[in-house]
Design a protein around this ligand. Structure first.
Ligand SMILES: CC(C)(COP(=O)(O)OP(=O)(O)OC[C@H]1O[C@@H](n2cnc3c(N)ncnc32)[C@H](O)[C@@H]1OP(=O)(O)O)[C@@H](O)C(=O)NCCC(=O)NCCS
Length: 190
């Protein structure tokens, strides 16, 4: 039975101590799991490159104060997942993703709420005008979330990013600040 309380769900900019979970998720998850959500199992050497890239990101943030557009999802104050972003065009748009590394907490309704919190944070604190989703049609949970949020698809396309196991058919959704009030009310956040 689903027994989550919305007040227990928070998103916040990734902290250094959260990084271990991000790293383990992408580099220590079973190949079958990663493939099932459309991702390649990493090649030898990629884990070290990822680690170095992130050390640089954290050090740049320490120096510049500019926030990293990757959010940690907390449930009852404990990290359990991430809303990473890619394809950032500062002041314009980014593509948002969702990965809950704590598999026991998937499918309980946390994502439906954390998506809205994360979208709002990217559009306000981070100053992006638009949050874009390119959701593989094969991935049931994130497609279901868009349905639950009442998002209307703006199109379909095939993406062929280096991290993907093969080109994937995706549904595209675009969200901007004018959508936030209705999204929050749909998930009971106002
Ligand atoms: C995607 C993800 C962040 C969603 O968060 P979540 O907390 O599990 O989502 P919710 O529970 O709010 O909603 C998921 C909905 O999809 C449904 N669903 C279908 N297949 C599912 C699956 N394999 N896992 C979880 N939920 C699934 C759930 O039943 C739920 O619908 P319901 O509320 O009508 O029952 C999380 O499931 C996850 O990390 N999945 C693995 C990684 C992934 O697929 N990322 C997306 C890549 S595009």
């Amino acid at each position: 039975m689903k027994q989550i309380s919305k007040q227990d769900i928070q998103v916040q900019e990734i902290k250094r101590e959260d990084f271990i979970h991000l790293h383990r998720y992408f580099f220590e998850s079973p190949a079958e799991y990663l493939n099932s959500i459309g991702l390649k199992f990493p090649m030898p050497g990629e884990a070290e490159k990822f680690q170095k890239k992130w050390e640089q990101l954290f050090s740049d943030r320490d120096k510049s104060g500019l926030p990293i557009p990757v959010l940690t999802v907390l449930y009852k104050d404990r990290p359990m997942g991430f809303h990473p972003s890619t394809h950032q065009i500062p002041g314009e748009s980014l593509i948002m993703h969702a990965h809950f590394f704590n598999s026991e907490l998937r499918g309980m309704g946390i994502g439906t709420v954390s998506y809205v919190l994360a979208i709002e944070k990217f559009l306000t604190f981070y100053g992006y005008k638009e949050v874009i989703f390119k959701t593989p049609k094969q991935n049931a949970a994130p497609i279901k979330i868009k349905e639950k949020l009442g998002l209307v698809a703006s199109g379909e396309e095939v993406i062929d990013w280096p991290a993907l196991v093969r080109p994937l058919q995706v549904t595209v959704f675009r969200v901007n600040l004018s959508d936030i009030a209705i999204l929050k009310s749909r998930v009971g956040l106002v």
